[in-house]
Design a protein around this ligand. Structure first.
Ligand SMILES: NC(=O)c1ccc[n+]([C@@H]2O[C@H](COP(=O)([O-])OP(=O)(O)OC[C@H]3O[C@@H](n4cnc5c(N)ncnc54)[C@H](O)[C@@H]3O)[C@@H](O)[C@H]2O)c1
Length: 315
């Protein structure tokens, strides 16, 4: 039976992952932590502690008291927020990761942290971006993610910590709002389509980015963590993607379900330049070959599910 501790558990991913892990491994076996508290199921449906990931001593003592054998490190500043405050982003993203890796080393825990398509940059091949390729990102977030991938590999080789990671694309979900990434438009558009029948995109037409629906992202984390170690050639981190689309393509998909939906554009130069530095679509074949990654949702099936779930949520 796993004993899991999650950092940043009230964020877009953590708030759904915590619940899914509690369903699988038992509520008491999953300790959720975050710098803030709220009334969500993740905070109230099982053990929860306030934890600032910059406090390495408290992190270690929470993990020890929980008898954790697995650490899932989610607390981080995302791409657009990190670009607005790069020094703070470096301190939080690298300092928090170092504390989490040290806790995993000291307490012999398996370890997961997400990387991102942001770990690629303008000199990376843009189409079918390979698993192993040039990684020279031009954003602080990307610099943090590349350094994080290397650091997690270092802990595996140097200290035999069982570190594993995924390069997530933009994640689309309806439970918790996204936390300041460049792909957030692909979540906001569904909310605005239902509430107002229109959306103004801060990303320019013709900009392709990889995306994935949250249920597939959660399955990917769990399947990677359960995979036999001898099958893993790579560790930190695997390319995973389910679809790649442009703003006009998601708009066209939504129009099939919401008649009269209107899309306009007011491009944000900062987020557009981040998007332009990322791949159009990445190649997930290493994840498929090494641990059987498979995404169930494409743009069409995701849009139907998102709109149904959001209509129920927003009344
Ligand atoms: N959501 C995506 O589309 C996406 C894509 C690629 C990678 N990722 C990565 O996945 C991870 C989680 O992303 P998310 O979307 O859930 O982020 P989020 O911004 O929604 O959530 C982050 C959580 O961390 C918490 N947090 C912030 N500072 C903290 C601190 N000092 N100590 C403890 N907790 C703190 C926040 O309160 C928040 O609940 C990040 O590493 C992110 O880079 C996310």
């Amino acid at each position: 039976m796993k004993r899991i501790m999650i950092t940043g558990a009230l964020g877009q991913i953590g708030s759904e992952l915590t619940i899914k892990l509690r369903d699988i491994y038992g509520a008491d076996n999953v300790l959720a932590t975050d710098i803030r508290e709220n009334d969500s199921d993740a905070a109230k449906g099982g053990p929860f502690s306030i934890l600032d990931v910059m406090d390495g001593k408290k992190m270690a003592s929470l993990a020890e008291n929980h008898k954790a054998d697995t650490i899932i490190h989610m607390a981080a500043l995302l791409s657009a927020t990190a670009e607005a405050n790069p020094v703070f982003a470096w301190n939080l993203n690298m300092g928090g990761l170092m504390n989490a890796l040290e806790t995993a080393r000291e307490q012999k825990c398996q370890f997961f942290t997400p990387s991102s398509i942001g770990a690629f940059g303008p000199s990376t091949p843009k189409d079918l971006t390979p698993q192993d390729t040039v990684q020279r990102p031009t954003t602080m977030y990307g610099v943090n993610k590349v350094a994080g991938e290397l650091l997690a590999d270092y802990y595996y080789h140097r200290f035999a910590v069982d570190t594993r990671g995924l390069r997530f694309p933009g994640l689309i979900s309806y439970v918790a709002p996204p936390g300041g990434g460049t792909t957030d438009y692909a979540v906001e558009i569904y909310y605005e389509a239902i509430k107002n029948g229109r959306y103004t995109s801060y990303i320019e037409q013709g900009t392709y980015m990889d995306m994935m629906y949250m249920p597939d992202a959660l399955d990917a984390i769990i399947n990677l963590m359960e995979a036999s170690p001898e099958k893993l050639i790579h560790r930190n981190s695997f390319n995973v993607s389910a679809m790649s689309f442009s703003p006009e393509e998601i708009s066209a998909e939504i129009k099939k379900h919401i008649t009269g939906f209107e899309m306009s554009y007011d491009v944000d130069p900062i987020r557009q330049s981040i998007a332009d530095s990322w791949p159009n679509s990445i190649d997930s074949s290493a994840a498929k070959e090494e641990w059987g990654f498979k995404a169930k949702y494409d743009l069409s099936s995701m849009s139907i599910d998102m709109l149904n779930k959001l209509k129920a949520k927003l009344g």
